[in-house]
Design a protein around this ligand. Sequence first.
Ligand code: SF4
Length: 222
Amino acid sequence: MARSYVREARRRVGPKRERVGPIIERLAAEHADAAIALRFRSDLELLVSVMLSAQTTDVNVNRVTQELFRKYRCPEDYLAVPQEELERDIYRTGFFRQKAKALRGTMTLLLEEYDGRVPSRLEELVRLPGVARKTANVVAAELGDPQGIVVDTHVRRLSQRLGLTRQDDPVKIERDLQRLVPRADWGRFPHLLIWHGRRVCIARTPRCAECVVNDLCPSSRI
Ligand code: SF4
């Protein structure tokens, strides 16, 4: 019964290849301000902010980095203080021990292999300690060279609800999205889903009646 309802809903909205273009266009018009919420002024600040944002909110990270970036201006600064001091300085982002360790490991590698600069290739970024694929994807996209599609909790939920993937694993979802989303949109696509997920397609109670893509969504409740 439930399965036939899902099949019927999928038939009603049509193939995902035909829906993805209009979905992107409408969400882009609706969330013209969709962009990364982290605040940074350099590639290094971007990398550090994204690393600190694991398991916490962007608002919280911005609060911490406002002070942090006054004190730590280059990779050497993160290595010039005892680890405990760095832990104290990032304490409020949570998981401060692992994050401090990852930051110091990353700064060491940046200095040893990249002349202190942040690389933009995904395969180089994922070599940095504490930088997983999602972090690397966010950094590469913000550096203007997206090589994958960021899949966070919002992107995962919305891709599933919109019938763009049937997968649950972020790596497989990303693969599905890469086949579907035009390359030129890889950078902005996650931002659009993230902002739509925060404002409209909320986890517990999606506001389908107010949603600009409800006629293209097999999970619409209206
Ligand atoms: S129609 Fe509902 S479930 Fe589908 S994307 Fe919009 S808010 Fe989410």
